[in-house]
Design a protein around this ligand. Sequence first.
Ligand SMILES: [Zn+2]
Length: 202
Amino acid sequence: MKYPKSVDQLISAFRQLPGVGAKTAERFSLHIVNHFEKEAMDQFKDAIDAIQTTIFHCPICGNITDINPCLICQDTKRDQHMIMVVEEAKDLMAVESSQTYHGLYHVLGGVLSPADGVGPEQLTIKSLLERLKSETIKEVILATNLNAKGEMTAAYLLTLLQGTDLTISRIAHGLPAGGHLEFADDLTLSKALEGRTKLTKS
Ligand SMILES: [Zn+2]
C-alpha cells in the first residue's frame, strides 16, 4: 500500500528540509492533508510563491532581500567603516535584534567545509575582498560561529586580510556552547562584540 502520488510528493518535499527525516515528513504531510483548510493551504502556497519570485541575495553583502541593494546596504546612517562578517542571514538577524551593532555586514552564505565540498568559491569571499578594496572600511569583525568550522573560516579570512591596513577583530568567547550567534541572548552578544579581540596591530 502506498500513499497517493501527490501525498508522496509532499513527503519528498518536506524531506529536503534540514533535520526532517522520513517520519517527520510523513507527519507534516498527513497533518496538512487532514487538518489544513483552504486558507492555510493558500498561506503555504503564497508564501513559497512569494519567496520564489521576490527574494534574492543582496549583490553587495549577500544578505537575503527583496530590494536591491538590501535595506542595510542602503542605510547611510549606519557606520560605513565597519563590516561584520557572519555565516548566514540568521546570524545577521540575531545581531540586529540585539541592537548592539550599527555597522555594515557581509553574509558568507556558509562556512568552509572541505568535506562537504564548500571551499572559498562557494562562499561570498570574492565579493567581500572586492568590497574591502573599494569601500571606506577600516575594521572587519570576523563573527563566524565559535566552533571548528567557524574558527577555520575566520582563520582563512585573516590570512587573506593580513597585510592590509584594516583592523581585523574576532568576536569574543563567552557565547553559548558551540558558539552559535543565533542562540545567544542580546546581552551575551553585546559582550562578545565589546570584548572582540584585535587580530591585527593597526
Ligand atoms: Zn546588502
